[in-house]
Design a protein around this ligand. Structure first.
Ligand SMILES: O=C(O)/C=C/C(=O)CC(=O)CC(=O)O
Ligand SMILES: [Ca+2]
Ligand SMILES: [Mg+2]
Length: 409
């Protein structure tokens, strides 16, 4: 008889190898109420709390939990210690007998939103995206607003409608009025769009009144997920001047089920694009030791068809600058805060992170096998996937965030 292969014997180069180890929260079909912290390894999920108990680990208190919150709040030293322990559990042969029974095939479990989202903020940090949108919406003026290169523009979103990958998205209804319409009308959005983004997850809170400097990014931010900031362009266009996005973006924001710790992305750190305007000291990262960018390659699929490949490395503003900016007035961070990078669009047409840009506000429809697409139709499924360079030529898989559009009630 051939030896039974172990789920821990991963093919070389598996994007979910021991160099990755993203965290999530799962339940098994027999026990839907029993949520547990899981760590992905290959195509399996390790019940991390059960593993900690089985191995007599001091981290059972952080891992034998129904949410990531205790681990998020534990801070950078604990994050490293737990990651080192997990790496040993899945790689040291002597642990196999204890670990293997605690592995669940990932396609047999239900993945949940892994932490309660505290505050949700979304930025506007891709120069290519902002330029495209500016050209479409403000054709008579400069594409970038005068503040754009001086501060990372953002808005506060709705944390209660952040949903985990796989959750259906109900087409939102609301008011819209095109400039040529005599009066606003109410009804389901006819310009439902996506925004391909990366979401950063805050672990350690900050004191109210005390800004978080650029250099403290890693003390507060635990990791990242993929994020789709669903956007109803027709609702947005009518409502958002002068106070910004409101109902056009608050109906749903989808995140991937896996949170990849920043430590897994050390090999993906990259210098952001050169800044062509001098920055105020609290945003000036030219003297920072670590590169602030991340080389993350995103793919956008509609109904299984690749429509775009946005490169995160091209983002003008970094996550560290966004954190420094959102706290510079003394606003505090809480465990579970989530902030979106802003739509990721590269310089090429096939690198745009929204249908608004890909179709130039509906003027140039995409040709999909099932027909032309300007904005999303009911039944469409949008999936973002991504990977980043890992150590020694490996890839770090960032999983996927997917959602299907269902008809407005
Ligand atoms: O500039 C505008 O008029 C519109 C901007 C947006 O729709 C916000 C946005 O795309 C934020 C993001 O980058 O995700
Ligand atoms: Ca957005
Ligand atoms: Mg949103």
């Amino acid at each position: 008889m051939p030896e039974q292969s172990s789920p821990l014997d991963l093919p070389e180069g598996d994007p979910f190898g021991p160099h990755n180890l993203p965290y999530g929260v799962f339940s098994t079909p027999g026990h839907p109420e029993d949520r547990r912290v899981g760590v992905r390894i290959g195509n399996h999920v390790l019940d991390a709390g059960a593993a900690a108990h089985a191995l007599g680990s001091p981290y059972a208190g952080l891992l034998a939990q129904p949410t990531l919150r205790p681990l998020l709040a534990a801070g950078r030293t604990a994050w490293s210690d737990v990651r080192r322990a997990l790496t040993a559990w899945v790689t040291v042969p002597g642990h196999r007998a204890d670990i293997e029974p605690l592995l669940h095939p990932v396609d047999t479990v239900t993945l949940h939103l892994p932490y309660e989202v505290a505050d949700y903020v979304d930025f506007y940090a891709s120069e290519h995206h902002a330029t495209n949108v500016g050209q479409m919406f403000r054709p008579d003026g400069d594409a970038l607003t005068p503040n754009w290169k001086h501060l990372p523009i953002g808005y506060h979103g709705r944390s209660g409608t952040v949903v985990v990958s796989g959750t259906d998205v109900v087409r939102p209804s609301g008011q819209r009025k095109a400039p040529t319409d005599p009066a606003p009308v109410f009804g389901p959005s006819v310009k439902l769009d996506i925004e391909a983004e990366v979401g950063f997850v805050v672990g350690v809170p900050s004191a109210h009144g005390t800004p978080v400097p650029l250099a403290d990014f890693r003390e507060h931010v635990f990791g990242l997920s993929l994020l789709n900031d669903w956007s109803a362009r027709d609702l947005q266009a009518w409502e958002y001047v002068p106070l910004g996005p409101f109902l056009g973006k608050s109906f749903a924001t989808s995140v991937s089920a896996w949170v990849t710790p920043l430590e897994a992305l050390d090999a993906a750190r990259t210098a952001p694009p050169a800044r062509d305007v001098p920055l105020l000291p609290y945003l000036d990262d030219s003297g920072e030791e670590e590169h602030g960018g991340f080389d993350i390659r995103i793919t956008v699929e509609i109904n299984g068809q690749v429509v775009s490949e946005p490169p995160f490395a091209t983002m003008y503003w970094t996550a560290a600058q966004q954190l420094a900016h959102m706290t510079v007035n003394g606003a505090s961070l809480r465990t579970g805060d989530l902030y979106g990078s802003g739509t990721v669009s590269g310089p090429e047409t096939a690198q745009r992170g929204s249908l608004l840009e890909l179709t130039w506000n509906g003027r140039d429809p995409l040709e999909l096998p099932e027909g032309k697409r300007t904005f999303l139709e009911d039944g469409d499924t949008v999936t973002l996937t991504a990977w980043a360079p890992g150590p020694h030529g490996t890839r770090v898989g960032l999983g996927d965030v997917t959602g299907r559009i269902v008809t407005a009630p």
